[in-house]
Design a protein. Structure first.
Lengths: 191, 234
């Protein structure tokens, strides 16, 4: 029998590891994409995927099914990635990466990446995205990531955040405003 | 005409703007320029190249994750135990009463009843110690920082009640060393049950140090092992 996400999550809440396995196998790729976008580093993203599912397993009893499992675990991944970014910042590694030639942060980008100019710009944006996301509140960051990368509508974001639709819409807007201000210099440099 | 606000331009980017308002974008150069500027930034964020992961990636993640997950908790067995507990208690009481009644007629039958009663007690004790060990192990292995003891608190609360009965029984039977360990275990279970679900790093470290200093996990493990052996011999 193939589990739906909600069925598997319900079983996982009871401690069923096979049900949790289904969820891990189903959501790992999207979590990796999110973690890579936030950390800008392949190894860090791999670590974040593992950390995310470890946290999810420990917190399964808190999952109430209000949002989809994918949305819930996405939020955990965003927070885990942000914790890493913060710890890196403390250790000054972010600065070191930004001052490097960029190979460290994006040495494993996809082979079919766009033109060199666009790639340069993307690398610049990627390096700035993690710190820029850090400037957002947890709600703003989650709302933006769900809206921008997962294509979630206002209603689903509202359910995930536990707020009314209008508040969810406002949260996305505030996030976009802040990110725009933080990221615009990347376009200035690439122009 | 009134130009679009920043919020409306953001809504337009995500195709959530009212069509009537959106029509203004096609007619107004100023709003169109603001929209294009925003689109450049947000498209750029989306364009970040991400290394591909194949279909088997989820399985690979699971393989790496599994050794880090705690051993699967035998919740089903635990629930069954709770379901069976009243019946087992009834059997123990029945065996006890039957032993007394039969004792008056057949002296040898008393030994069999007493053995059955002892066996039931040992099974109950072994099961209790197994579950207590799991809770203690979770606490001892918790990494300070983001500890979540919500689940362990609930289990500790249930175990405290059971532990009290077993400790009293051990005292009555004259098993004073078992009673002493059960007493230590009860205090620790009470601390877990009454503590916060998300203890601070210093709280969890203090609890871990106490468990380790008293060698509680090891003591519980040893008694559990002895109890199981005794039960098998009966």
């Amino acid at each position: 029998m193939e589990w739906t996400d909600s069925g598997a999550a319900e079983e996982a809440r009871k401690g069923n590891q096979q049900a949790f396995r289904v969820l891990v196998e189903r959501h790992s790729r999207s979590i990796f994409r999110l973690a890579f976008r936030m950390t800008g580093n392949e190894q860090d993203a791999e670590d974040m995927v593992q950390e995310t599912f470890l946290r999810a397993w420990k917190q399964m009893h808190r999952y109430d099914g209000r949002a989809s499992f994918g949305t819930w675990v996405y939020r955990i991944a965003a927070n885990a990635s942000l914790d890493l970014i913060r710890s890196r910042k403390v250790r000054g590694e972010m600065q070191a990466a930004a001052e490097g030639d960029g190979a460290g942060a994006f040495e494993h980008v996809a082979a079919d990446a766009p033109s060199p100019e666009r790639l340069t710009q993307s690398n610049q944006v990627a390096r700035m995205l993690g710190p820029a996301l850090e400037q957002l509140s947890e709600m703003e960051r989650t709302a933006f990531l769900l809206r921008h990368y997962e294509g979630c509508g206002t209603e689903e974001i509202a359910r995930a955040l536990g707020v009314h639709n209008n508040a969810a819409k406002q949260t996305v807007f505030r996030a976009v405003q802040k990110l725009r201000r933080a990221l615009e210099p990347a376009w200035g440099m690439a122009r | 005409m009134k130009h679009l606000s920043e919020e409306e331009i953001t809504l337009a980017y995500y195709n959530e703007l009212d069509p009537a308002v959106r029509a203004h974008l096609d007619e107004c150069d100023q709003c169109r320029a603001a929209f294009e500027e925003l689109r450049r930034v947000l498209d750029g964020v989306r364009d970040i190249p991400v290394p591909e992961r194949g279909e088997s990636y989820g399985g690979e993640v699971w393989t790496r994750l599994l050794p880090h997950l705690p051993a699967e908790k035998p919740r089903r067995r635990w629930l069954q135990w709770w379901t069976v507990a009243p019946a087992m208690l009834a059997v123990a009481v029945a065996a006890f009463v039957a032993g007394i009644l039969i004792e008056q007629r057949h002296e040898t039958a008393r030994g069999i009843s007493a053995r059955a009663r002892e066996r039931v007690l040992l099974i109950a004790m072994g099961d209790h110690l197994d579950r207590s060990q799991m809770v203690l192990a979770e606490v001892v292995n918790a990494a300070p920082g983001a500890v979540d003891l919500g689940d362990e608190r609930g289990r500790a609360r249930d175990l405290v009640v059971e532990n009290r009965l077993l400790r009293q029984t051990a005292t009555r039977r004259g098993d004073l060393s078992d009673a002493a360990v059960l007493d230590e275990l009860e205090r620790t279970l009470l601390d877990i049950a009454n503590g916060p679900a998300n203890p601070s790093a210093s709280d969890i470290e203090a609890l871990q140090q106490r468990i380790e200093k008293e060698g509680l996990l090891l003591k519980v493990r040893i008694i559990g092992s002895n109890v199981r052996q005794e039960g098998q011999q009966l």
